[in-house]
Design a protein around this ligand. Structure first.
Ligand code: M6R
Length: 607
């Protein structure tokens, strides 16, 4: 959730660290700080706010080639300057930045207090600096001081540590991602791969339990037991560097409009039109495994869970085997029964979501095999699963997930087709669907060129105290995604319900003028959805209707937004677009911070 950047090399560290923070800011953005070794002392500057706030308090330059930086999403302690990272030991020998949660920090704090060391912040992170400094005082080498501190911790960490008068950094990972980038005579550390692409393609993803000692242009990795670990060099895909805003007003706007091309990337080479099936080579599933699978379980959080729910419905429909979606944060604690023959799919844009990681570990522990449906190449989930499908959305920087959603749905549609073809789905049905999927990017473009009366819908939404989203079948889940998007961006309470369930409770909320968003593509459930629409209209609600082009139901909405007609299994890929745009433009009109909504972070790396 927080972002870490570190540098040790031959260039001035400060501009590199600030640029690293700028690229990491989408991960967490309530406070920010930097520490640079100027040769005599370690200069620390930190503040509440964003990179722009930090820049306003920084000196024009600091002469130093070694430093660490952090952008914070508060877990322990409020959003204050004192709680911002880097944190330092009392004597200033240790400065560090930390992602993750130290569960036993209260106990560690008490024992420091008994030794006369008082923490200045409310964070769980500061204790680490003091503990390491005490080890150094006892004569330990920096690596040993770090190791003996880490051995006393319970929790998760991504850590980058610098030491006064020492030309080195020490990094450690346990549950919070950390990546080392190797340049010529310089080394970078980042919690996220994409800021590294500006400097180098050669990176090493630290594994849990790794501790790295970094010198100029070189590094060594050891385990927590102090054994040497062979680094596994990965070459980053250059596309991850192309994450600049360009002329777009916001990342979310850019990413909504990137969806047609992102979808093309996702389906390229994965459609077998001849056989009417999908080809997901990275999953390595042969026909007999697919035939023998008793059921499919899907895992995810937020938007990823909604994409999983759509996948679940398509898997049941085409594969004719039971499929169920679990919210990852619930899964681990519910002691779910694991059948090792079942297929488990972990869906995640970032590949770093802690709840999903925990659920995967639980399944693996019980003998199940989990396949990742992931965007970020080399992310923790991708590596933990080992097999799966990359959705190839390219970097998604806006906190609100858009192009990852549509590509998750597309990848799961291909999987459902592949599964279905080993069972009951005919070649003709498979061909029809795969052909329709290949035409969908063009249909998305057609809609995005003429988005319809979104402005009118926004006028209704801006005034609303709450908004109800309704749909049936696949559209019931699209309704949930639309509600999540509007809620997280515009801070308007939103409720999503299957249209048939509305009369069992939520209808009580409706009053004259309440906006209700109804998603009614031209599928076998449309007629029933329209009954709910009539029920809400009878209570004076204002209907924002999402329908297919040319459908006579257009006249039923107070505001009607048409999307191109598409195969009934693919409607979520089109109907979600106006919902994303409604959320985006409502947030803009209300003056919200679209790309960085309050209290949220892009990768939720704590449970
Ligand atoms: O990176 P992930 O896909 O695992 O993230 C899951 C959710 O945190 C994420 O989808 C979140 O709900 C977004 N803010 C939704 O727009």
């Amino acid at each position: 959730m927080c972002g870490i950047f570190g540098y040790l090399g031959h260039q001035q560290a400060l501009p590199i660290l600030v640029e690293g923070l700028r690229r990491l800011e989408y991960r967490g953005y309530d406070s920010i700080g930097v520490a640079v070794d100027d040769g005599e002392t370690i200069q620390t500057h930190k503040t509440v706010g964003k990179v722009s706030d930090l820049k306003s308090i920084l000196p024009a330059s600091i002469d130093g080639t070694l430093g660490i930086a952090h952008t914070r999403w508060a877990t322990h302690g409020g959003v204050t300057q004192a709680n911002a990272h880097p944190h330092a030991s009392e004597n200033g020998t240790v400065h560090l930045v930390h992602n993750g949660i130290i569960e036993n920090f209260q106990q560690l704090r008490k024992s420091l207090s008994k030794r006369g060391v008082e923490c200045k912040s409310e964070t769980d992170s500061e204790v680490l600096a003091h503990m390491m400094a005490l080890e150094l005082e006892k004569g330990a080498e920096p690596l040993d001081a770090v190791l003996s501190t880490l051995r006393r911790l319970r929790g998760t960490w991504g850590l980058c540590i610098m030491f006064k008068e020492l030309d080195m950094l020490v990094c450690a990972r346990n549950g919070s991602p950390l990546i080392i980038g190797q340049g010529e005579g310089e080394t970078f550390v980042s919690s996220d791969p994409h800021p590294l692409t500006a400097h180098t393609q050669r990176v090493v993803y630290l594994e849990d339990g790794d501790v790295a000692v970094i010198h100029r242009g070189s590094f060594n990795i050891t385990s927590m037991k102090g054994h040497s670990v062979e680094p596994n060099i990965t070459v980053l895909d250059e596309a991850w560097g192309e994450a600049e805003l360009g002329d777009a007003p916001h990342y979310m706007y850019k990413e909504i409009h990137e969806q047609p091309d992102a979808l093309r990337q996702c389906i390229a080479g994965r459609v077998d039109r001849e056989m009417g099936t999908g080809r997901l080579g990275g999953m390595g599933l042969d026909h007999s495994t697919l035939i023998q699978a008793p059921h499919v379980r899907l895992l995810g959080c937020g938007t990823a869970a909604y994409a999983a729910q759509i996948g679940q419905m398509l898997i049941e429909k085409m594969g004719r085997i039971p499929a169920v979606t679990h919210i990852s944060s619930e899964f681990r604690n519910n002691d779910t029964v694991i059948n090792p023959k079942a297929i488990y799919l972990a869906v995640s844009q970032s590949g770093e979501t802690a709840d999903t990681i925990s659920a995967i570990k639980e399944i693996k522990l019980k003998g199940g095999q989990v396949f990742g449906v992931v965007n970020v190449v080399g992310s923790t989930i991708a590596r933990l699963c080992g097999k799966g499908v990359y959705i190839h959305s390219g970097p998604e920087q806006s906190v609100a997930s858009t192009k990852a959603f549509t590509n998750m749905v597309a990848a799961l549609t291909i999987f459902a087709t592949q599964l279905g073809r080993t069972r009951h789905l005919s070649k003709d049905e498979g061909r029809e669907l795969m052909q329709a999927l290949q035409q969908t990017p063009h249909l998305m473009e057609t809609y995005l060129e003429d988005i319809g009366p979104i402005d009118e819908a926004v006028s209704l939404l801006c005034e609303a105290n709450s908004v109800l989203f309704l749909g049936r079948g696949l559209s019931a889940t699209v309704a949930k995604e639309g509600a999540l998007k509007l809620m997280e961006l515009a801070y308007i309470p939103c409720l999503a319900y299957p249209a048939g369930e509305m009369k069992h409770g939520p209808i009580a909320l409706l009053e004259e003028g309440s906006p209700v968003v109804v998603i009614a593509p031209n599928d076998h459930l449309k007629e029933k959805t329209m009954s709910a629409l009539h029920e809400v209209k009878a209570r004076g609600a204002k209907v924002i209707l999402i329908h297919e082009q040319g459908d006579a139901i257009a006249s039923e909405g107070d505001v009607s937004i048409a999307v191109p007609a598409v195969h009934p299994a693919l409607t979520p890929l089109l109907t979600v677009l106006p919902l994303q745009l409604m959320a985006y433009y409502t947030a803009v009109r209300l003056g919200r911070d679209v790309d960085r909504p309050r209290n949220l972070a892009k990768s939720v790396t704590v449970e």
